[in-house]
Design a protein around this ligand. Structure first.
Ligand code: MRU
Length: 346
């Protein structure tokens, strides 16, 4: 699945498969303005760290075209404001910040270009980032697939699949890699309250690919592991700190603790640029606090008493000592993470 993020030359805009309605409806969402890019990011029309990075890269192009159409004289500061808006849409995934910074770097490198020229340079770079993400995921699949054994059942949390990337996926890339290597495996997708990325999205894409998948309630994890039904855990990451702590969807930390308790290998799969050398530990990562409505409601139906407050912190850091290995497109990083990550960046 690679068509869920598309650049349409005819409409000159970014077209996204609207993940809010999956698996029941395949609707498409056109982004022709910065506000639409921002809206798609914050409401999770598109979600998943690499996918929001790719969206942000195209988003900079969309912003540049918008400024061009407006005819504003000081186009440079108008554009800078729009880039800031895109960069701030979601705070946890480093990929969003990375993509906007990369477009700023490309702008600086291009020198004293016209807005029309900048549009051309940015669209080309966004397309490269888009294609490069699929290549990285396939390499993650190759290295990670080798860690999975014939007959394994792999548990995953959230959706770190094709939908969360430009295609193939990171955690689901590892699963696809194992399948491509001829292994017969199956998957347990934790449902992942409150947005249900596991139940809706992981199940959707694996089922579509014919990879056996069962959805389990988040709170079934301990029992399933105790019963010997899980041989490996593989999850994605929104940001990996310099010491190897990995921040991923809320609930991942608990899954990692349980995996440690039951002696089950716990892998994190992510491209190298998800590792943020500027962030020393997982506790330094800003955790997105999302709308209470995701917890208080299922669809339009309210499930908590009116007026009751809720928590909706969207991510948690898993400490590095719970992580067996970090699978990247350059190979698997093992402990000691701080030293091995530093070597990778050196
Ligand atoms: O809030 P989301 O759906 O954007 O969160 C996504 C995750 O936590 C994924 O596991 C992570 O981004 C890795 S995606 C390859």
């Amino acid at each position: 699945m690679t068509d869920h993020i598309q650049f349409s030359p005819e409409k000159d805009c970014l077209v996204l498969l609207d993940q809010r309605y999956l698996p029941n409806r395949e609707d498409w969402f056109d982004c022709t303005t910065t506000d639409e890019i921002y809206y798609a990011l914050i409401t999770m029309v598109v979600r998943g760290a690499p996918a929001i990075g790719v969206t942000a890269a195209y988003g900079c192009y969309v912003a540049a075209r918008e400024v061009q159409k407006s005819g504003v004289a000081d186009w440079k500061s108008a554009l800078a404001t729009k880039l800031d808006q895109i960069e701030k849409a979601r705070p946890t995934a480093v990929n969003l910040r990375w993509a906007v910074r990369e477009m700023r770097r490309v702008w600086q490198e291009a020198g004293d270009v016209s807005l029309e020229e900048l549009c051309g340079v940015w669209l080309a770079r966004a397309k490269e980032i888009h294609a490069g993400d699929i290549e990285m995921c396939e390499l993650i699949g190759k290295f990670g697939g080798a860690l999975i054994d014939e007959g394994d059942t792999v548990m995953t949390h959230c959706n770190a699949g094709a939908l969360a990337t430009a295609g193939y996926g990171t955690a689901l890339g590892v699963i696809r890699g194992a399948v491509d290597q001829g292994k017969k495996i199956s998957v347990i997708a934790n449902e992942t309250r409150p947005f249900l990325q596991g139940a809706r999205l992981t199940a959707y894409e694996l089922h579509k690919d014919g990879i056996p998948v069962k959805v389990a309630c988040d709170n079934a994890c301990a029992l399933l592991m105790k019963k010997g039904l899980v041989q490996k855990v593989v999850v994605g990451a929104d940001r990996i700190a310099a010491n190897g702590d990995a921040v991923n969807k809320i609930g991942t930390f608990g899954v990692a603790l349980l995996a440690k308790h039951f002696g089950i290998p716990f892998y994190v799969a992510a491209p190298v640029y998800t590792i943020d050398p500027e962030t020393p530990t997982g506790d330094d990562v800003p955790i997105e606090d999302r709308t209470p409505r995701e917890v208080t409601h299922i669809g339009d139906h309210q499930i908590t008493p009116e007026g009751v407050q809720v928590y909706n912190l969207a991510f948690d850091p898993t400490p590095n000592e719970l992580i067996t290995g970090i699978v990247t497109e350059k190979g698997v990083i093992y402990p000691p993470y701080k030293e091995n990550i530093a070597k990778l960046f050196a």
